[in-house]
Design a protein. Sequence first.
Lengths: 446, 986
Amino acid sequence: MNAKLFTGNMKTMKNLFYTICALFAMTATAQQTPAPAQTGIYTIMNATAHIGNGEVIDNSIIVLENGTITAIADATVVKMDIKGERIDASGMHVYPGLIAMNATIGLVEIDAVNASSDVREMGTYNPHIRSIIAYNAESKVIESMRPNGVLIAQIVPRGGRISGKSSVVQLDAWNWEDASIRTDEGVHVNWPSSFRRTGTWYEPGPIEPSKDYEKQVTELTDFLNNAKAYNATTKPVGLNLKYAALQPAINGTENFYIHVDGEKAIRDVLKFIKANGIKKPVIVGGREGDKVATELVAMNIPVLAGRVHGLPSREDEDFDMPYKFPKLLADKGVMVGLENSGDMERHQTRNFPFYAGTVAGYGMDMEQALKMITLTPAQILGIDKEYGSLEQGKSATLFISKGNALDMRGNQITRAFIDGRDISLNSHQTELYERYMNKFGAEIKR
Amino acid sequence: MKRLLSLMLLACFSMQAQEYFPNNDDISAVSNVTRAITNATIITSPGKMISNGTIIIKNGKIEAIGSGISIPKNAVIEDAAGNYIYPSFIESYGNIAMKSPKRAAGSRTAQYDEGRKGYYWNDHIRAEQSAMDHFEYDSKEAKKYIDAGFGTVQTHFQDGIARGNGMLIALDNTGTDADRILKQESGNFFSLSKSRQSRQSYPTSLMGALALLRQTHFDADWYANGHSKTKDLSLEALNTKKNLVQIIEAGDKKNVLRVDKLGDRVGKQFVIVGGEDAYEMIADIKATNAALIVPINFPNAYDVSNPNLEWFVNLGDMREWKQAPGNLMMLSQAGITYAITTKDLKSPAELMKKLKIAMEYGLTEDQALAALTTTPASILKVNDMVGTLEKGKLANFIITSGKLFEDDTEIYENWVKGSKQVIKNRSIKDIDGSYVATLNGVKYDISIKGNGKKSTVKIDSTTLGSKITYDGNWINIITTQKDKEDKSYTRLLGVISDDNNFHGIAYLPNGQEPAFVAVKEPTDSKTNGKDGNKKGDSKEIKKMGRMTFPNVGYGSETQPTEETILYRNATVWTNEKDGILENTDVLVKDGKISKIGKNLSAGNARVIDATGKHLTSGIIDEHSHIAIDNGVNEAGHNSTAEVTIEDVVDHEDVNIYRDLAGGVTTSQLLHGSANPIGGRSAIIKLKWGYKADEMIYSNSPKFIKFALGENVKQSRYQNGVRFPQTRMGVEQVFEDYFSRARAYANAKGSKDFRYDEEMEVLLEILESERFVSCHSYVQSEINMLMKVAEKHGFRINTFTHILEGYKVADKMAEHGVGGSTFSDWWAYKYEVNDAIPYNGAIMHSQGVVVAFNSDDAEMSRRLNQEAAKAVKYGGVSEEDAWKFVTLNPAKLLHIDDRTGSIKKGKDADLVLWNVNPLSVTARPEITMIDGIVFFDKERDLRFRESIKAERQELVNEMIMAKNKGMKTQTPKKKDKTLYECETIHW
């Protein structure tokens, strides 16, 4: 290296700095290094703490120790000693890590590149298919979630009548095993469609009631009954992995997710749930579920409301139906979370906070909106003892944002922790940003 | 003497065609009977009636017609007393007697080039086709038309965009083709649908079909002037068939207007097939001055008895059920020339049913008859032959039992060219009714129903088992006995006499055969109650109900109009030097921003209290694909500069309204990204409730879509065969076309110069009169296109998508190109691997004019949120971020002198927001364009109520229709196809 560089003027030094930065960026791998386990202690001071259960502490003190929130309190009331690193978050906001439900991140890297897709197994009845083992913890899409506060996701396979099993992962890990918070927490059923599109793919016709609907529902019921019978037999003749895989969902140790839209179909689903004694059902999508709200509440069935950033499902429908739908459910007492399956769902998963924010824009209280992507999904997933809210004893999985994290402008995340691990907020994208801002000698703002 | 002889010979000829065919079957025994039909009520043409009239027919023609005319002695007389005679109907748009087109064999790879030589470059232009070449008369098929009352059909080979000429045939099932062919060349036909005989891709869109028809006509003119060095049989045929009636199948009202505009461009007045929904734009249809051939396949009611299925049906479709039958009445009232076609009907037999429904809406009998006879005759220019019953015209008429459009009227006979074709024997009497007979002192009550097919026989009140046959005027009834134990039968056999009584002989079980007379009871109006009621109803003309523009949910009955409005005390985002002004008033007058200031005097303005609210200029979406009909991509060629979205703007797409609810006031409707040189754009103001032409910017800046990368090189195709397949090839496509455009320009003025719409457009680009908005992703291709443009002396105006724009932001700034990108999309295809949400901020930092666009009907509704992402990703100031979706796209579209900021004198395209527009909780409360309020939060709530109420009303009516026994159809949901760049319909 030329020694002259070290004696040069500031400008040269600056250039050198940029060159090194650029070099660093170029040599950086696609994946951020997962943070090591928490060793030190962090105390976050003076932040507005959004608990996730609907409550707020305007001026809080939060202590993170050994991966756990060991204290959270109103700093104006409770006086505590600051332990470890003091993180001053005056004017800032702390949130529990956001939970993306019914996600497929890590299963597909690039939508249009088939070789990068592991989301849809062949076959119709696939309860034995497990998403977790295909989950790519090093996906570039995964790391792009963290700078938006999405720290936990439910990874769900797609396709078929029964797609397979989902698992819950935290989004900063070396591999799927490390990532897993809860493996195989539920099985996913795609309820038969009560309508079908006529015509061909190149000349689509109108949508009509499906003639196969009843048949398909019967087929599903038969499959379930067969599985029950199989699992009730102490020594079944011949091994059936598919039936065996349904056992936990039948006995209620796993959730039974039913992806369904439309009032009629939802009513049929409720009938199905009753008739088959489904112990832990969850409805995913649930369009028009507001019309069945009383029954949903009575049967204590949570709903993951379909993509908020969507279009009305029919021409005459209120333009804001997708925006206000979760509130319609919540107002009637339904336990409601959000999901975002659909077109380009992978990269959009980082927009979960803004889905919730949009619902707030259409009338829901901002903290209640937050709950739809924190505590409620944690409860549905059965991980609420550790995750989903900022409470003493829970995992230190949270982030600090300069402003309202559910607003695009406020969602400026300065620090994020998963199980107390101080995780990287960089990504392939931030590196490219910095690399090119450096190239142009422009000021980096992030 | 010689001269006299030839005169005599001539006279012979004119009297009777000379027989010249050899005959080996028998001796020559030419029968040339004159027939006379007498005592009929003859309707010679709509509104003209002859009572007690006679028609004399000779040689297939009407020799004489009138009342009290003398009947030639040698005539065979047929008495038609009590019957009516009408001219038989004319079908102007048939395809009967045509062999089906042979479908081209399928293949997995697309076919881009033509499959024939010596014809036009596009296989779908088949003007050389002649119906005669496909003619194969099928009397069974013809009988359906004959039974429905048709005598003449203009039929053609319905295949291709240019289909060649049709032919006129008489539906004479008694004769041969020699009798049937009236004109072997009748009408020259066009459509917007491709030929099934070829798989050539182009056109893949409606706009492509329109462009193809334009260019074909330009080329035909050029060819006619002898400029082509090679033979083109299609163009030649197009020219030779120029003097035939030019008929084009269009479809709905919008397409009717489109093809008429096309006709204006190429100097043709088409007769247009379509316009079943013309009532929705009746004034515009009238203004075309085109004669229409209108289908009458009014939809059946939807079966909405199951509420779960009701939601499938949109309000617009419900209204269509109610309103479509009123179309013919509306056309008549507007004075539009139209003929009726049975096209789209399941069978010609449905004609009368449909017409009777139309009549319930006020279509008169004369109007209906005219649309089936005189009007088609004059549209087809065959009124010297058919259409009315006049001396010298073909003896094509129907004999009916009564007035044509009455419920129980039947068509007895359909005479074509003087040949009688019996549909129902009219000498067979209608014997339905109640009769009383006394046999052996026992009174029998006999009732006959169903055209003599059902009988009920009673003694006192005991019903006997009975069976009736009615054949050739003989009535035969077999009955059981009153005593159930008695297993013997009584047989009655007889005829109905002129006194309407049943005279016959009873064959009794005891062997006696007494004669009897069953006396017909006078018809009681109550027993005929069904008809009685119907007639009572039909007096009241059915209303078409609420009609809005557009005629779908969220349409208005009255067009929204411009207002003088004062926004009081708003936070005003000016997008100008003044920045964001607090507590400021904005006055809107004459569609413009009239004043900006504090405490402005309201005058007569409507004052809107905007305290605590934010007023901005409207959102501009640089890249949208909403409101487009039938195809966003013309993917048939790698360059399609000749097509334009302006041809296919759909003013009825509810996504226009939804975008307004998201604060959008202007959108550029771009062609898709299937080819390097795409089609021209339409830049529209989202004036929901106005016509397409009124939405398109007046004096609009000219734009065209280009595209690079994976889409144009068909990366996702297994077997791409279209050039280019690499980015290297993409560059050469541009080089090639620009060089050709230059050569084209140089050829102007030369003798053999051929006008080429595509080249004209490319030339506009080279001459910087048309701007390029180019779909692009990776830096290499972005750089390439800038270099190509620089080499050819122009600059690229906008890169759209431009997800790697940040990598060459400095070069972009230098070239002077803007970037219209997504806020945060990526990972959906390989070429967006390096797409980053900081792209906008980086380009902005380098002085590139940056916009965020949607390319998506969903995202366009919340572009304010997308703009806010520029604050998150890269720390763009709120004021600048807001410009990403307002002023900057206005600049990129060269409309920033009119819109994009709040400045005195600019168009009043404004949005009033509840809070800061970049907030996640921001919602438009009022969206106005040119001072006209197009979205209003409160009005939206009223829309919801009225839609709900009207749906309820129509649901009830449809259930009522179902209960009345009318046919219904399964509910269907007809969605607007949502387009994005990559949507291709082959």
